[in-house]
Design a binder for this molecule. Structure first.
Ligand SMILES: [Zn+2]
Ligand SMILES: [Zn+2]
Length: 343
């Protein structure tokens, strides 16, 4: 257990990580002072609790293998006429909610601190992101900060290039590893090194530890809504399948494609020291995350689609929050920095 005497000093993020992530070391964005002053005895987090390795591996196995089977089931049901606008709406709305939880919440807010917002809104994004079943928020952020620090080099948790074997087989195995294979590699997440700021935030730790229940809630919610709208058990089952399991399947593969596809296929606009690419398909599907070369060049930017035509759904959300006063300290690269990094 961590307590006030054994805990790392607040904000003990390695300077090299801060530099990689482009997070200003002493800015308010990283250091909301009140959040790091926990009373003695009020344990911030039991780090061991964050790595129930076996449970995570079993969970990962289920989350990766069951949704494709569910997809086959819904296709057969749809073939038999069991599909309606209710199911389609539940799929679409749950996709948008959970995807934004990952892109705006997990990624741009928690991992990169590209903007600041009020506690309840931050918590809401973390909860929506958790429903995607991509791992607890602190684990996700630790892995992703490690990805940025070692992007496409030896210690990158999910590079399609690092250690790649030659030829077409090498390309395929690199792709499979970056896409979902790495999830089975038991990649250790160094929490104390990469995410001490998140470990020190009580609400974030709570949401992190409630992860399995939030995933379950995200699966049952569309089922309940589907059942109430249609007032049938079949409606509830279809809502669960389309809004819960199929939605999880689609978003999993869209998100994983950022790690696989967007480090292989697309074009490069900025020097980023890795193989990251801008890919318009995933720019759209992943709400802006597919402008991945832009993101690796300017990791702290709240906006990934840096040109007017690079559609970035997450940026539209952040900018809207800013306009109504709910997002502050929104970070964007200056025109000088943009010009300096252009290739
Ligand atoms: Zn990347
Ligand atoms: Zn990132």
């Amino acid at each position: 257990m961590l307590n006030s005497t054994t805990a790392q000093p607040a904000l003990a993020i390695d300077a090299s990580i801060l530099q990689t992530l482009d997070i200003a070391i002493d800015s308010d964005e990283v250091k909301p002072a009140e959040r790091y002053e926990e009373p003695p005895g009020a344990v911030l987090v039991d780090v061991e609790l964050l790595r129930p390795i076996f449970a995570v591996r079993v969970f990962t196995m289920i989350a990766v293998t069951v949704p494709p089977l569910a997809l086959v089931a819904v296709m057969m049901l749809a073939w038999g006429g069991w599909f309606s606008w209710v199911d389609l709406t539940l799929l679409g709305s749950m996709y948008v909610i959970t995807a934004l939880g990952v892109t705006v919440g997990y990624h741009r807010l928690y991992t990169h601190k590209s903007f600041a917002t009020r506690g309840p809104i931050a918590a809401l994004f973390a909860i929506c992101g958790s429903m995607s079943a991509q791992g607890p928020v602190i684990w996700w952020s630790a892995i992703h900060r490690a990805h940025h620090q070692h992007s496409d080099h030896e210690h990158d948790p999910h590079s399609p290039h690092a250690g790649r074997k030659p030829g077409f087989i090498g390309l395929l195995s690199g792709f499979a590893h970056a896409h979902a294979g790495w999830l089975f590699d038991n990649v250790p997440a160094d929490f104390r090194r990469y995410v001490p700021d998140l470990l020190a935030d009580r609400t974030t730790v709570r949401i992190n530890n409630l992860f399995p229940y939030i995933v379950l809630f995200g699966l049952l919610l569309p089922g309940v809504i589907g059942g109430l709208i249609t007032m049938t058990w079949m409606g509830a089952l279809l809502g669960f399948l389309w809004g819960g399991v199929v939605r999880m399947f689609v978003l999993h593969h869209v998100t994983w494609s950022i790690n696989s596809v967007c480090h292989i296929w697309g074009w490069r606009e900025y020097a980023s020291g890795d193989h990251s690419r801008n890919n318009p398909i995933f720019g759209i599907l992943a709400f802006g995350e597919g402008w991945h070369n832009n993101h690796h060049a300017f990791p702290a930017s709240a906006r990934h689609g840096l040109r007017w035509w690079q559609l970035d759904g997450s940026w539209i959300v952040i900018r809207s929050l800013e306009i109504v006063g709910l997002a502050k300290k929104v970070r964007l690269p200056s025109t000088d920095r943009l010009a300096a990094r252009r290739v």
